[in-house]
Design a protein around this ligand. Structure first.
Ligand SMILES: [Zn+2]
Length: 319
């Protein structure tokens, strides 16, 4: 008889607009927790209750495995006595460690980026978003790094697939035996995750292009035979291939809209963001900028725009 591992879903509230987040228990020879909720007492209490419903206590969890570094996925990492450790992509590490140099560089990167994007000085939203991340995110230390082609420690049926885009630390986990995918926030049933801007691994490197990375990471899943997808938010779902094709098409349609805006007049990233999100750009500058610059990066990648620097900011012109 083939021994299949048991997968259990738990649902935890978050203080974010996205709503609840799911974490998963994987029970094989080892009991692992995939993702670790958000760092609030309410979330922890609800988590412990649900865990009890499956017959476990926090001290039974032997290891934690992270899909990515966002605060709604790392909150409890320090609350377990993990005999086997905490695993994830190495890019989680500076976030978990609260590495000061990393956080300073992070702020620096966004200060420069906001100038490049032509954003007026009064906006400081990157600092607020950093505070939000630090307030609710986990504090700790990865004890092992995971990368493409690895299997999950203690769970040889689960294969690691690097899926950057929504976060540069993002990993998905695939079980070829029962064709299930633990997708984190890479692909969700109900919404398209925002590919968020992040600094490069080293300061001298060029700015990452998260939407392009996300597109590649979506296409990367197409050859896999996937039945059920267990994501970080929203329902468990099937038919991921169709969803991926739809997401790619929808994104291309959005880029087309941006292209038409640029045909009227060359624009900076900030000006484009204002036109695309006239009611949201002020309150959600970080998110709307990431979305907009993603479309501009995509247009650049297919040769539909030219970029020039005027005064401090980059200006995008339709070809
Ligand atoms: Zn996320």
């Amino acid at each position: 008889m083939i021994k299949t591992e048991k997968l259990m879903q738990m649902t935890i509230p978050t203080p974010y607009p996205v709503g609840d987040v799911h974490v998963y228990l994987v029970k094989g020879d080892t009991l692992s927790l995939i993702d670790a909720g958000v760092r609030t007492d309410e979330a922890w209490d609800i988590f412990k209750n649900q865990l009890k419903g499956f017959g476990y206590l926090p001290e039974d969890i032997e290891q934690v495995i992270l899909t990515h570094h966002h605060p709604d996925h790392t909150g409890f990492v320090d609350r377990f006595d993990c005999a086997h450790g905490i695993y994830g992509h190495k890019r989680n590490q500076p976030w978990l460690r609260r590495d000061e140099t990393f956080l300073e560089n992070y702020l620096h990167f966004f200060q420069q980026l906001y100038r490049d994007f032509g954003i007026p000085n009064e906006f400081k939203s990157f600092q607020y978003s950093l505070k939000g991340t630090l307030k609710y995110g986990g504090i700790g230390e990865l004890t092992g790094f995971l990368q493409e082609h690895d299997t999950l420690p203690g769970h040889p049926d689960w294969q690691v697939i690097e899926t950057p885009g929504h976060a540069r630390s993002h990993l998905s986990f695939y079980n070829g035996k029962d064709k299930s995918l633990l997708a984190g926030d890479h692909v969700l049933a109900h919404i398209s995750p925002n590919p968020l801007l992040e600094p490069p691994d080293e300061q001298h490197l060029p700015r990452p292009k998260p939407l392009l990375e996300h597109r590649e990471a979506l296409k990367k899943l197409l050859p896999y035979e996937i039945d059920a997808v267990y994501a970080g938010h929203g329902p468990i779902f099937h038919g991921v291939q169709d969803i991926i094709h739809k997401r790619l098409q929808k994104q291309e349609a959005r880029a087309d809209k941006v292209y038409h805006l640029l045909q009227d007049k060359p624009l900076t990233v900030y000006e484009t963001t204002k036109k695309l999100f006239p009611t949201k750009y002020q309150s959600q500058l970080g998110l709307t900028l990431s979305e907009t610059v993603g479309q501009l990066d995509y247009l650049e990648s297919i040769g539909k725009v030219n970029i020039s620097k005027e005064e401090d900011a980059y200006v995008y012109t339709a070809n």
